[in-house]
Design a protein around this ligand. Structure first.
Ligand code: TXA
Ligand code: MG
Length: 413
């Protein structure tokens, strides 16, 4: 498998991109490529065989529709008029792009926003893109590399996130390689994704318009656009979780999931500024002790912090005494990791390993590091991952918490 490197700061090598574009036009295996949100697995959206290749590579059920990526508005207009008519703008009719989307397009495109559009009866799009729906999702990514690739391919690219089905999304080329090795031939390496969570998906064809998936563009920003002041949430957030009982282990909505069990602490759960609290230390110790008692292998516990790095110190001087800090690693995404030994507080013997990661205190950096941290803990063979939630709000924090709630097998509220 060839990984073609195009540094984010360089002007993309046009020769390499032309080869990738040629591949997209002629082959039926998708290409991994960077966008500003997450890496995508792209195929020519107008060719059925190519789009089928996406579902095969990803192991994704084909009833889940794909997002169509365009490089300019005329490319989008051509998708909105029936196949037999000429160019969407050249046939004398009015602009086929629904008015409701105009303010969003001018404000957020190119960028991390996906809009739902009516799919004409004789669509240019391969039927596999929409999975039988009467609408299709479209976005214009802001990544120069992605835009150039689409333009050179001369066709809209259908692309889901470039992770294997149910896995955390991929935010680096090596994440894509990890999941897709042997399944695809080509990945364009554009470095780490800036946003780190997927695009916001909105439906403006219904009244009031709704947000189907929180993402890189916040609800607050959308609400400020003409015609979107009454936009509703069509996803579950903390207000709907309410005081519901913590989700039972095993009742898993399999999505964005690392191999490890994920235990999510809602921001309201852990005391104030201190993140994971004294009580939780007890819980984590108990968990590790039980794991030690029921299996011969020592447990590896991962912690993903979104509060101050200092909180970690409290944990180590508490029941988890660290004998040594084995490692302080830093990846190209803001993930600081420390590794310590988990000690049985009574017997002073090792009951496992503690991997302590921080993805930063503000929502944007948490978004950027989230998938990367989940994958990092998988690579280091964590058995369980405790994650500090961040307060839900109508900014990118909503996207972070939405992904975490789906990844979690247990939510402590
Ligand atoms: O940021 C992103 O959106 C990334 C990058 C690669 O562009 N793509 C991405 O694709 O996240 P995927 O396939 O992992 O997620 C697409 C989401 C799904 O939740 C899907 O159900 C929804 O968009 N979607 C696509 N078309 C739809 C439609 N016609 N109606 C309702 N939902 C749709
Ligand atoms: Mg996905």
């Amino acid at each position: 498998l060839g990984t073609w490197e195009v540094a984010a700061t360089d002007s993309p090598s046009v020769k390499v991109l032309r080869e990738a574009a040629e591949y997209l036009k002629t082959k039926d295996v998708p290409v991994g490529f960077p966008t500003e949100t997450v890496y995508g697995l792209g195929a020519d959206a107008t060719r059925s065989a190519a789009v089928k290749g996406i579902y095969t590579a990803k192991g994704r059920p084909s009833d889940n529709p794909l997002i169509v990526h365009v490089s300019d508005l005329d490319m989008l207009r051509n998708l909105l008029v029936p196949q037999h008519s000429a160019n969407g703008t050249a046939n004398g009719h009015s602009d086929p792009i629904p008015e409701i989307y105009k303010p969003l397009i001018s404000k957020f495109w190119p960028g991390p926003l996906t809009i739902l559009l009516p799919n004409p009866e004789q669509s240019v799009l391969a039927p596999e893109v929409t999975a039988g729906l009467k609408t299709f999702g479209a976005r214009m990514p802001s990544s120069t590399l992605a835009l150039t690739l689409i333009k050179l391919a001369g066709a809209p690219l259908a692309a889901p996130s470039a992770n294997a089905s149910t896995r955390p999304s991929a935010t680096t080329a090596s994440d894509v390689l990890e999941d897709m090795n042997g399944r695809i031939d080509l990945i364009l390496d554009g470095g780490s994704c800036q946003v780190g969570v997927e695009s916001t998906v909105v439906d403006g064809l219904c009244d009031p318009p709704v947000v189907l998936r929180p993402g890189g563009v916040s609800l607050d920003e959308i609400r400020s656009c003409a015609g979107w002041d009454k936009v509703a949430k069509a996803y579950k957030d903390q207000s709907e979780l309410g005081k519901a009982a913590p989700r039972a282990p095993g009742m898993k909505y399999k999505h964005y999931s690392p191999k490890a069990r994920v235990v999510l602490y809602e921001a309201s759960y852990a005391a104030g500024e201190n993140g994971i609290s004294e009580d939780d230390v007890g819980y984590i110790t108990q968990f590790s002790q039980q794991a030690k008692d029921t299996s011969s292998a020592p447990t590896t516990v991962g912690i993903i912090r979104t509060r101050s790095w200092k909180a970690a110190a409290g944990l180590r001087t508490g029941q988890f005494e660290s004998r040594k800090v084995v490692e302080a690693a830093e990846t190209d995404i803001e993930v600081d990791a420390q590794e310590a030994e988990l000690l049985d507080p009574k017997a002073d013997e090792s009951i496992g390993k503690l991997l302590d990661l921080s993805i930063g205190v503000d929502a944007r950096s948490a978004a950027q590091g989230l998938f990367s941290a989940l994958r990092e803990l998988d690579r280091r063979k964590a058995d369980v991952i405790f994650v500090e939630g961040i307060p839900d709000s109508d900014d990118i924090a909503a996207a972070v918490m939405n992904r975490l709630r789906k990844a979690a097998s247990e939510i402590r509220t």
